[in-house]
Design a protein around this ligand. Structure first.
Ligand SMILES: [Fe+2]
Ligand SMILES: [Fe+2]
Length: 269
């Protein structure tokens, strides 16, 4: 069971887990509005994108590692999957840091936010954390990765594009084992379905609270709409990561693509 009492903080009226430790060079902020994100691929934007991605990979590493520490009673095979994820994410952090330096950036050059950690690690069940981190946040990254390397290539940076392709291949496995274990754990104990539902609802509440509080410009004068575009659903990789066709259809439907559901996938029951 997770270590208690958990250290918490309140952001936009929501109680969240306190940020993980960061080196003194990093300025840690709470919301997207405080980030220095640009929608284009200018030199500044390229460094900021790598810097932000590097910190996001760090939080993925920390979430998986914290799960191993907080849930010693979890099945050994699941703990091994989390340990492998920690190893993958640590390689991602190192590779992104190397590339950041190659293009002239450095640690601490831009603000960082640890949103995924602060939401996921507030939950006190492993199935809840897998639901948010692996099945929701990392699945979202997978969608983004379907188009992001191409954008870097168009911007003339094939080395970063190749690196993102390599990272994306690992992410599919993190989503896959998350999905497989959520299915297995909830099949063994139906009460855990409430924990899954609670996790999804909690994230929706946090997102709503953050959306209400933002709305203006971010730290470099970009609108949230400019920098916060939602990636199209990566159907091929989601199926590869063990989302069922019905689940992918439901995600497409919720994302406002009902026509795509009819064309590509059978309707959810
Ligand atoms: Fe990663
Ligand atoms: Fe990952």
């Amino acid at each position: 069971m997770s270590a208690q009492p958990m250290e918490t903080k309140v952001v936009c009226g929501m109680t969240l887990r306190k940020d993980p430790a960061r080196e003194a060079c990093f300025k840690v902020v709470e919301t997207d509005a405080e980030m220095a994100a640009w929608a284009d691929f200018s030199r500044d934007s390229m460094r900021e994108r790598l810097h932000r991605h590097m910190n996001n990979e760090t939080t993925s590493l920390e979430i998986a590692a914290q799960c191993i520490a907080d849930f010693p009673e979890a099945p050994w095979e699941l703990r091994m999957q989390l340990a492998r994820q920690v190893w993958d994410e640590s390689r991602h952090v190192e590779a992104l840091h190397r590339r950041l330096i190659e293009i002239g950036g450095h640690k601490g050059e831009f603000p960082v936010a640890n949103f995924e950690w602060t939401v996921t690690c507030l939950l006190d069940t492993l199935v809840g954390r897998l639901t948010l981190q692996n099945r929701t946040f990392e699945a979202g990254t997978m969608d983004l990765m379907a188009t992001l390397p191409g954008k870097w290539r168009e911007a003339g940076d094939a080395a970063t594009a190749d690196l993102l392709d390599a990272i994306a291949a690992d992410e599919v496995q993190h989503v896959r084992f998350g999905n497989q274990w959520i299915r297995r754990l909830t099949a063994e104990d139906k009460r855990l379905l409430f924990k899954v539902a609670h996790a999804v609802r909690f994230l929706a509440e946090v997102n709503n609270a953050f959306a209400k509080a933002s709305g203006g410009l971010n730290a470099v004068g970009q609108t949230m709409e400019q920098v916060g575009k939602v990636a199209p659903i990566n159907v091929a990789d989601r199926l590869e990561a063990d989302f069922s066709e019905a689940e992918v259809a439901e995600i497409l439907r919720q994302a406002g693509f009902p026509a795509l559901v009819q064309e590509r996938l059978p309707a959810a029951p």
